[in-house]
Design a protein around this ligand. Structure first.
Ligand SMILES: Cc1cc2nc3c(=O)[nH]c(=O)nc-3n(C[C@H](O)[C@H](O)[C@H](O)COP(=O)(O)OP(=O)(O)OC[C@H]3O[C@@H](n4cnc5c(N)ncnc54)[C@H](O)[C@@H]3O)c2cc1C
Length: 278
């Protein structure tokens, strides 16, 4: 294992420009999981980001919250303001693994790992987050809902680091995060859902029901139209347009679709009845 240990962001970007096959490593909670069995990974070069202090803090600005490229789940959990203004970030963070993982795992790592079952990505996407990438060629910003182009495929070049995640501050009338797994803790989502409503419109984001985390445009259009939804079955046509669940070791496609419809319906019904607010 060859490890590069830059002491600053410019140095890290120089190293990546010279060796774009180097793999950035933040918390290592995804990268190192398969270490004992993926022997070929041992020969690669890793770019250890742990000394890049400038990427660690989260920053409040008048109109946005900016997570650093190394901000962890724990950083967000312990920020009281985040709990008040962006409760879904805290709810999702608390459901990522256990405290050890929350303390090491980063939001940027969750984005670049690109698991369709990730918990950080859906809530960031529901909040209209933007991914800030930097390389020696300059800075680039990509809205998270346009970041993925297929399973584990994304708008990031090998010489780019995620240096920040920008989240606009808005008044929300509804925000919900649901993670359905085989148990409440230490589980991978069978279905994940993040829903937000603000003056910018509806955001419905689904996890574990497609090759990538994705927004659900047909469901969002249905909700924008104001059409009344009387049962979970009324959501099926839109869900069928938006997602493509599969049968796998954790669940069946049929179960995922039914659970997604029911969970979403109950959240919406509570909202319309005035029982659920932001
Ligand atoms: C026991 C356990 C439980 C877990 N439970 C959950 C869970 O419940 N929900 C969930 O969503 N995830 C879970 N995970 C997965 C993991 O913890 C998260 O995806 C975490 O956010 C990854 O962040 P990291 O900093 O550890 O990433 P790393 O492992 O360091 O990196 C992950 C990927 O991102 C890239 N990368 C990291 N940072 C950057 C950067 N700044 N710029 C460019 N590329 C970068 C790396 O090259 C790699 O491809 C679990 C993992 C473990 C081991």
């Amino acid at each position: 294992m060859n490890v590069l240990l830059p002491a600053s962001l410019p140095e890290a970007l120089d190293m990546l420009a010279r060796d774009s096959a180097a793999v950035p490593m933040a918390g290592g909670t995804d990268l190192l999981v398969h270490w004992p069995v993926r022997v070929e990974a041992h020969d690669r070069t890793y770019l250890d980001l742990s000394r890049l202090e400038e990427l660690k803090p989260l920053t409040w600005k008048p109109d946005e919250l900016v997570l650093g490229g190394l901000t962890t789940y724990w950083d967000v959990i312990r920020d009281n303001r985040a709990g008040r203004e962006f409760p879904l970030l805290v709810q999702a963070a608390r459901q990522v693994g256990a405290i050890q993982i929350q303390a090491r795992g980063t939001w940027a790592g969750n984005i670049v790992n690109a698991s369709p079952a990730a918990d950080g990505v859906p809530v960031l996407m529901a909040y209209d987050a933007t991914v800030v990438l930097e390389s020696r060629r300059g800075r680039e910003e990509v809205p998270l809902d346009r970041f993925y182009s297929g399973y584990k495929e994304m708008q990031r070049r090998a010489d780019q680091l995620v240096v920040a995640i920008r989240i606009p501050r808005r008044t929300l009338s509804l925000q919900v995060f649901e993670k359905v797994g085989s148990r409440r803790a230490q589980a991978i989502a069978k279905v994940g859902l993040a829903v937000a409503h603000s003056a910018a419109g509806w955001r419905v984001v689904a996890a574990s029901v497609a090759p990538t985390i994705r927004r659900c445009p047909a469901l969002e259009r249905l909700l924008e139209s104001g059409a009344r939804v009387w049962s979970s079955e009324d959501l099926y046509p839109a869900i069928a347009q938006d997602v493509a669940p599969i049968d796998d070791i954790r669940s069946s496609a049929r179960y995922r679709t039914r659970v997604m419809a029911r969970v979403l319906y109950h959240d919406l019904r509570d909202f319309w009845r005035g029982e659920r607010r932001a």
